[in-house]
Design a protein around this ligand. Structure first.
Ligand code: PEP
Length: 254
């Protein structure tokens, strides 16, 4: 059966000191408040902080380490880039791919993302693959067609075994960092659609077993309502993952 996951995307925030303080607070609260094993928590700090944050996460526990990106090649002359193999070698388990900020600011398209997915999977990382429509697309009533295309071109080239390692995140672009959350009904509709597309591309079992996260201004106040939807299996959290109390309340929202 699929897992519930809450992943915190710290983006390009925190210094070494901020990161140490933030992750220590999260670890202590999670332990003290017995948030339980019902939800897996993934912390995705900036690259240089991965080893430091990783060392602060209790081994074999509820908290796991994730990266925000990786390069598509295994190694080589790609100045400034980070390989999936390196990430795996320092204890990273997950990697976010296809975040709308990477698609928008770094021109990452489905072709490139397909290569990144393959590289991540070959290194043993579990991709958190983001899809989501712009406000313009939603207003033009094209949401389902747009997301269907992102899934088909970005993800559905994977084999059954590869796809079984993937977490999908539905992140409407108009909700990311804007304070405008999708209603639980809007989220549920798209999540159900994504699950249906997975069933068509693979099979019903694969669809039932895939974790689908919601991301876009999720916070301690709206998480419970969002997570109560049958096809919403957790959240990819940006802003609220930088505040330990808010993040832990989200973890406790199942
Ligand atoms: C994100 O960046 O993945 C995200 C969901 O951000 P926020 O929660 O701040 O909207």
């Amino acid at each position: 059966m699929r897992k519930n996951i809450v992943a915190g995307n710290w983006k390009m925030n925190t210094t070494l000191q901020d990161a140490q303080a933030l992750v220590s607070e999260i670890v202590n609260m999670v332990q003290d408040e017995a948030t339980g094993s019902a939800v897996e928590v993934v912390i995705c700090p900036p690259f240089p902080l991965l080893p430091v944050v990783g060392r602060l996460l209790p081994e074999g526990g509820q908290l796991h380490l994730g990266a925000q990106n990786c390069h598509q090649k295994e190694s080589g002359a790609f100045t400034g880039e980070v390989s999936a193999r390196l990430l795996a070698s320092i204890g990273t388990e997950y990697v976010i791919l296809g975040h709308s900020e990477r698609r928008q600011y770094f021109r990452e398209d489905d072709e490139l993302l397909s290569q990144k997915l393959k590289a991540a999977l070959a290194a043993g990382l579990k991709p958190i693959f983001c899809v989501g429509e712009s406000l313009e697309t939603r207003e033009a009533d094209d949401t389902f067609a747009y997301i269907g295309k992102q899934l088909k071109e970005g993800l559905f080239h994977l084999s059954n075994e590869e796809f079984a390692q993937v977490v999908v995140a539905y992140e409407p672009i108009w909700a990311i960092g804007t304070g405008k959350t999708a209603t639980s009904q809007q989220a549920q509709e798209v999540h159900a659609f994504i699950r249906e597309q997975i069933a068509r591309a693979y099979d019903a079992k694969q669809a039932l077993n895939t974790t689908i996260l919601y991301g876009g201004s999720a916070n301690a106040q709206n998480a419970r309502e969002l997570f109560s939807q049958p096809d919403v299996d957790g959240g990819l959290i940006g802003g609220a993952s930088l505040k330990s109390r808010d993040f832990v309340e989200i973890i406790k929202s199942f």
